[in-house]
Write a protein that binds this ligand. Structure first.
Ligand code: ADP
Ligand code: MG
Length: 421
């Protein structure tokens, strides 16, 4: 499909109301419209959805979007319906639909109304669905969260491994677009290999977050006091403190409260009502700090989170990057402070010990990188970006002086005050 640039911009405006493409979006959209296999690597929040939604809306036929999370699919479908005033323009096909609903979805597809069909990978293993999709006009297949295909990713899903085979059955030569926010070269290789898209046009955005300041402090028994001090120095600012265990979350939230900090706990063990109430309080700024397990953060879009503290070091650089990435979304200041003790690595190792050997080996390799990161004396930013396959020059790169190792090459944290524990 040959299109002038002005056509793409007017389509962007028409469907999404945006005046400008973000980052590499325009090039990606062009690539998809030209029916290339396309591979998109952009950090979370980079605007990956639009890379397949816009070409889907502009073309005849239905784009099939594979996505791992039902909640995410529903959000996206609602958003697309909102912009188009035509309910049938986007549908979800999954096992929760009754017969009538399935019939409606199929009719809309056959009638050319549906431009985006979201499916979970499990739904694609159903023979009747594959048979149906074989018989209709498919514009392309988008595989969102494509890292789920890789054991090296942080969210491996075996059903993703079947996708290549199923796509082949739905129709040979259907363009495939893979999208992920996981930038490690290993995961990327896996995605390309498993989707069979060696010739894909690849678009990789920079993972540099120049407004984030990275700092690691040694973890001592005074860690809670240190955290309290840090939070008090950042009064009235929003922040998240991540802990490994629910128990620690509860304890630390309490310690913070006792010390006059407006804090709430958040973990998957709390009932749904408390969780959503705490989340709302954070968003409404009735509380300043959420002490949480990694259950907190998915889909939370608070732009002015000013600090993310890791009470416990995460299990991989990807996790660290994702979690710290929740700071400074608005481009303003974001302080990322992590506490590190080798003892915590041993705890993480112990967590893995029940798992299959192959998984343990991968987990170990990821942990070694975390150790190297925590113990390095080179720039944290340089380290992270190198891990994601990106070279960074601290002299010329944006945010080049925004980490502890660059700013204070030898400094260790000091000073103590009295705090109630
Ligand atoms: P990702 O999937 O890469 O994490 P999303 O597709 O969810 O990112 O997009 C993140 C946010 O960016 C969304 O709120 C979306 O509306 C917004 N966005 C995407 N593209 C643009 C654009 N061209 N202009 C303005 N906002 C955009
Ligand atoms: Mg996304």
């Amino acid at each position: 499909m040959l299109l002038a640039k002005s056509d793409l911009h007017s389509a962007l405006k028409k469907y999404f109301g945006f005046n400008q493409f973000k980052g590499l979006q325009e090039d990606v959209v062009e690539s998809v419209l030209s029916r290339n296999h396309t591979f998109v690597i952009m950090p979370t929040g980079g605007g990956k959805s639009l890379c397949y939604q816009l070409p889907a809306l502009m073309q005849d036929g239905t784009a099939i979007v594979v996505s791992p999370l039902i909640a995410l699919m529903k959000n996206q479908v609602d958003a697309i319906r909102g912009i188009s005033n035509e309910e049938g323009v986007a549908h979800v096909l999954n096992s929760s639909l009754n017969k009538t609903e399935v019939k409606r979805v199929k009719e809309d597809i056959v009638n050319g109304i549906t431009k985006l069909l979201y499916v979970a990978p499990e739904s694609l293993t159903k023979e009747e669905n594959v048979e149906f999709l074989r018989s209709v006009k498919v514009s392309f297949m988008a595989i969102d969260e494509a890292h789920c295909i890789s054991e090296w990713g942080h969210d491996f899903r075996p059903e993703y491994r079947n996708l290549r085979h199923i796509i082949g059955r739905i129709g040979d030569g259907i363009p495939i677009i893979g999208l992920t926010a996981t930038a490690t070269p290993k995961v990327q290789e896996d995605i390309i290999k498993n989707l069979g898209i060696n010739n894909a046009k690849t678009f990789k955005a920079s993972f540099n977050r120049p407004n984030l300041y990275y700092e690691i402090r040694p973890k001592t028994k005074d860690v809670d006091a240190d955290i309290i001090r840090f939070i008090k120095q950042n009064e009235n600012k929003s922040g998240i403190v991540y802990c490994l265990s629910r128990k620690r979350v509860e304890e630390l939230a309490q310690v913070l409260q006792v010390n006059g900090i407006k804090a709430v706990p958040y973990h998957a063990g709390l009932d749904a009502k408390s969780r959503s109430s705490y989340q709302d309080k954070f968003l409404m700024e009735d509380v300043d700090v959420v002490v949480a397990t990694i259950a907190f953060g998915m889909g939370i879009d608070k732009p002015d989170v000013r600090f993310v503290i890791h009470h416990d070091i995460p299990k991989s650089i990807e996790s660290y990057y994702q979690e710290t990435g929740r700071a400074g979304r608005d481009g303003g200041e974001g302080h990322c402070l992590a506490y590190y003790a080798y003892k915590d690595i041993e705890k993480l190792e112990k967590f893995m010990s029940g798992k299959p050997v192959a998984e343990q080996e991968i987990g170990q390799a990821l942990l070694q990188e975390v150790i190297a990161f925590a113990e390095t004396s080179i720039s944290r930013r340089k380290f992270i970006l190198h891990y994601f396959g990106e070279e960074f020059d601290n002299e010329t790169g944006e945010g080049g002086d925004m980490d502890d190792n660059v700013r204070h090459p030898k400094k260790r944290h000091e000073a103590k005050e009295d705090v109630v524990l």
